[in-house]
Ligand binder design. Structure first.
Ligand SMILES: [Zn+2]
Length: 253
């Protein structure tokens, strides 16, 4: 198994619910890996004009076609100067990962140095099983990316919620009552539980780097790959631990 001698954790200050210091402590305690917390990735490394252009080029406009490099407008390039935007824009997660990698200096790119980056950008990846892009909470590799927007948008909300939402929207009603009705059953922006859920995604990224396999079949395990918010909250909060098999692997890290 590979070893990680140092893990660099990049904060996303616009989402204080991550509670980056707590997460760093959690990773240290779970894995014994030495963790260094850094500020927001692009604050730390800076954003060159080329980086802005590359970021704008990896936006996804049509979820039904595989990645095609986009020729961004001046406005789209300028948009990338902001650190976190309130409107949701889709980016190809693997292209985004290459851009992050380009910013990291050579001497920090060895395999035993692991970079885990938080972003509000919504990462997605094209899936050839159903020929469309899907939002992702985590893009595993080195660097790995955890998208806070992906945590909220990618795992699905209850089916009932969507049915009622379309009904209300078609009647021109607002969604506040609906949000109250389903309150607590899925993560929302500003949700305090994000700070717990990120632990599981961080472990998935670390397990992927070390073992090539980030996920577990068991819903009781923090490595469970949740497609539903309900399952995410169960595996990360109600359960909140690794299954026995993954505990053993962790003990070998
Ligand atoms: Zn497991």
């Amino acid at each position: 198994m590979l070893k990680i001698s140092r893990l660099f954790l990049y904060d996303e200050p616009s989402v204080p619910q991550i509670r980056i210091q707590n997460l760093a402590e959690f990773i240290k305690k779970q894995t014994g890996i030495d963790v260094e917390v850094r500020q927001c990735f692009f604050k730390y490394f800076g954003k060159k004009e080329k980086t802005l252009h590359d970021l704008a080029s990896c936006r996804v406009f049509n979820p039904y076609v595989p990645f095609e490099k986009h020729s961004p407008t001046a406005e789209e390039v300028a948009f990338e100067e902001q650190d976190s935007a309130s409107n949701i824009v889709l980016y190809d997660g693997f292209e985004l990962q290459n851009i992050f990698m380009d910013c990291i200096p050579e001497e920090e790119l060895s395999q035993d140095r692991f970079h885990l980056i938080f972003t509000t950008k919504l990462c997605c990846s094209y899936d050839y099983d159903d020929y469309r892009y899907h939002g992702r909470a985590v893009i595993c590799s080195n660097p790995s990316i955890i998208s806070t927007t992906g945590i909220i948008e990618a795992p699905a909300k209850p089916r009932d919620y969507y049915m009622k939402m379309y009904e209300k929207m078609s009647q021109g009603l607002n969604l506040d009552a609906l949000r109250n009705e389903f309150s607590g059953r899925f993560l929302e922006y500003g949700d305090d539980r994000i700070g717990i859920v990120v632990r599981g995604y961080a472990l998935q990224a670390i397990f992927y780097h070390l073992t090539g396999n980030p996920f577990c079949e068991s819903k009781e395990c923090m490595l469970y790959n949740a497609h539903w918010q309900k399952d995410l909250l169960h595996s990360q909060i109600s359960s909140g631990k690794l299954c026995r098999q993954h505990q053993m692997i962790r003990d070998n890290i």
